[in-house]
Structures are given as C-alpha cells and as structure tokens.
Design a protein around this ligand. Structure first.
Ligand SMILES: Nc1nc2c(ncn2[C@@H]2O[C@H](COP(=O)(O)OP(=O)(O)OP(=O)(O)O)[C@@H](O)[C@H]2O)c(=O)[nH]1
Ligand SMILES: [Mg+2]
Ligand SMILES: [Zn+2]
Length: 362
C-alpha cells in the first residue's frame, strides 16, 4: 500500500504540518487532523493519499495536485460525516499560467509544492527558443528549480548540435539528455531528483513526458500515445495532472501537454531568465531610456555588436508587454470590483437614511 512517505512526506513537511495545524495533536472530543497529499485534482473531486491509503473527497475546487492538506475524519466509524479537507498547507512553490482565452485574466494553478520543474523538449522536433524561454520564465517563477530535459535522444542524428544549442539557450539551467527507448540518461535524472522531492514534467503533447515517467519508475504507470505521422505532434494522451511515486520518497508529476504558456505575474521569472538584459538597462546613458534610438543606449550597442541576440530582445519585449497588459486588466477588474461595492454601500446608506427619515416623520 502506498503511504505518505512515498509521496514526499519528509520531516520538513511533517514539521510544517504540525506548525500550521496544531490541532493535529487531538484534543479530547475532537477528531485528529491527518496530513494528506492531493495526487490528482479534478475540479471539485480530489484523490488524496493518506497514511491509510488513497481516499477520494469532494472539495470546493481550491485544492490542486501536489497540495498538502489537513484531513478531518469522523472517528466513530458510523460514516455519518464524510471525511473533509479542512485546510491547505501554505504552498512553497506554485506553478501557474494565465488561463487561455480568459477575459477575466485568472491564473490556472498547474501544481503546488514542486521542487523541480522539468521542461521537456523532444529532440526530434525543431527547437523553439522562444517557447523554451517562456516556459523557463514560468518555471523559475514558480519557486521551484527548473531543469531542461531533452527526450528521444535515440531519434536524432543531429544529437550533438541540438544538445549544444539547448545548453546555450538554457543559459545556466541544467540540461539532461534522455532516451526512454534506450534507457539513456535515466540514472543521472534519478540522482538529480534526490530523496523526498517532487519533479513536475511540463512540455508539449507528444514530447515523451509519460514515457519518461514510465522509464524512470520502471513499470507502466502512465498511458502513452503515438505522435501524428505528419507533423510529429502528440494526441493529448495525458488528461490530468497526477503524482506518481518514484521510490525513496521522490515524486513525479505528469501533466497534459500544453500548446502555449501564457504568463501570470511572472516578473521574478522574467528577471531570472533575462537578467543579462535587465543588467544592460543600468548602463544606458539615460535612466528613462526606451532602448530605441536614444544616444548611449546599452541595449542598442549590445544588439549592434551581436552580444545580445535580436530574437532574445524581441522575445523579452513580448513577455514584458504581455505582463504589462495583464496588470492593466487586473487593475481595471480590481477597480470595477471596488466601484461596485462602493455603489452598493452608497445605495444602501441612502436607503437607510430614507428609512430613518420616514420613521422620524411617521
Ligand atoms: N524513439 C523514442 N520514442 C519515444 C521516446 N519517448 C517517447 N517516445 C514516443 O513519443 C510518443 C509520445 O510519448 P508520450 O509519453 O505519450 O508523450 P507525452 O509528452 O506524455 O504526451 P501527452 O500526454 O499527449 O502530453 C510515444 O509514441 C512514445 O513512444 C524515446 O525516448 N524514444
Ligand atoms: Mg502524457
Ligand atoms: Zn537603453
């Protein structure tokens, strides 16, 4: 039977749990709160792993895959009150993106309490530098440490070129090369993951995330799907984010392939990936330089000498504008919310005054 320790319940989480939910030490007449981890979340329904095995509970939809929660169970065994999640442990990392096509600009939390984010890049397709950068921005921003994992090494004859190109693009992020087919690179990943930590794999459909998970755990834990013959794209085989224990308390998170990665409040991630560009700004002659045609612009100089790649500069600018427009929409939504509550209270106050006046008159 799977237990919590197989899902990353380390001493650190145990300590955090009893600190956050002191009532985990039962009081007479009160049910004890148990620690549990969400290993799959499907809107209001969450599959938890507890020290007594898996348990499905209904929740309000705020629990996401990877969350550590406090579970209250009825001790009387009469089953009158169903077990319930009564609290979520503060998340030490949160992988999120902006919901696609969402006018309200809401965040979609992909996973919580992840230690490592493996950005999966299949070697058999052309490498999209913009996509890699964007995903690394989100990965850094989550609070976890990103890794780049090249998959399907057995399929490329340009192997060395792709690896060195990826290392250059990843700019200091560790790059692992794997072939689930040939079993290459698995040991190095095992060592890097280490005991008690959680590695989430993200990347496009058909990149080989589930296949890599099966190779790492050594059995068929996740379904995999053939890629389309024409363009090599995947068929969206994995449909839910799910935790799979790897042994020695390490955990893998499989995720459905995503096409794009719209950013959500990712300034810190942007700085982590494009720190060199933000550093250049300090060397422009004018502090309010717009990095266009101003004299003494360090960005333009770096573009001119080739020190800064034009593509990277454009990619950075695009993400900056995306975040600026997100913040504009967020503040408009915020103002609307306040405006509405102001109108409501003003109207209520007027009605109350009207009522008092009539009462006095009467
Ligand atoms: N030759 C070779 N094929 C691989 C390797 N890894 C994955 N594949 C193949 O790539 C296809 C897609 O693999 P999946 O693991 O389903 O991809 P995924 O990233 O989980 O895709 P989604 O669940 O749709 O997001 C399958 O046909 C795998 O057999 C590898 O190392 N070598
Ligand atoms: Mg999959
Ligand atoms: Zn400038």
């Amino acid at each position: 039977m799977n237990t919590l320790s197989e899902y990353g319940f380390t001493d650190r989480i145990r300590g955090l749990f009893s600190f956050t939910f002191p009532s985990a030490l039962p009081l007479p007449g009160h049910p004890a709160l148990e620690p549990a981890r969400a290993i799959r979340a499907d809107r209001g329904r969450v599959l938890l792993i507890t020290n007594h095995g898996p348990l499905q509970v209904e929740t309000d939809g705020t629990v996401v895959t990877g969350d550590w929660v406090a579970l209250a169970r009825n001790n009387d065994d009469d089953g009158a009150v169903p077990p319930a999640v009564v609290g979520i442990l503060p998340r030490y990392s949160t992988l999120q993106r902006k919901k696609a096509h969402d006018p309200l600009s809401e965040a979609q939390v992909l996973g919580a309490n992840i230690d490592l984010v493996g950005v999966v890049v299949p070697i058999d397709r052309p490498l999209s530098a913009n996509r890699l950068e964007r995903t690394l921005v989100a990965a850094w921003d989550s609070g976890a440490v990103p890794l780049v994992i090249l998959t399907k090494a057995d399929l490329s004859s340009r192997f060395d070129a792709v690896v060195s190109q990826t290392v250059e693009r990843a700019r200091g992020v560790e790059v692992f090369t794997t072939s689930a087919e040939a079993g290459d690179g698995l040991d190095a990943l095992h060592v890097r993951i280490g005991a008690g930590s959680t590695l989430a794999l993200i990347g496009p459909s058909g990149a080989g995330k589930s296949t890599l998970i099966n190779a790492l755990v050594g059995f068929h834990a996740q379904d995999t799907g053939e890629v389309r013959a024409g363009d090599g794209k995947g068929r969206h085989t994995t449909t839910a984010r799910e935790l799979i224990p790897l042994g020695s308390g390490s955990v893998l998170m499989d995720t459905p392939g995503v096409r794009g990665f719209a950013l959500w409040d990712a300034e810190d991630g942007l700085e982590a990936v494009f720190g060199d560009i933000e550093e250049l700004f300090l060397h422009c002659r004018f502090t309010d330089c717009a990095h266009g045609s101003e004299p003494g612009c360090a960005v333009q100089t770096a573009l001119g000498t080739g020190e800064l790649e034009e593509r990277r500069w454009l990619s950075y600018g695009k993400m900056q504008r995306e975040l600026a427009s997100l913040h504009r929409r967020q503040s408009i939504a915020e103002q609307r919310r306040h405006g509405r509550s102001f109108h409501r209270t003003a109207k209520e106050a007027a009605m109350a005054k009207d009522f008092r006046n009539r009462f006095r008159e009467g």
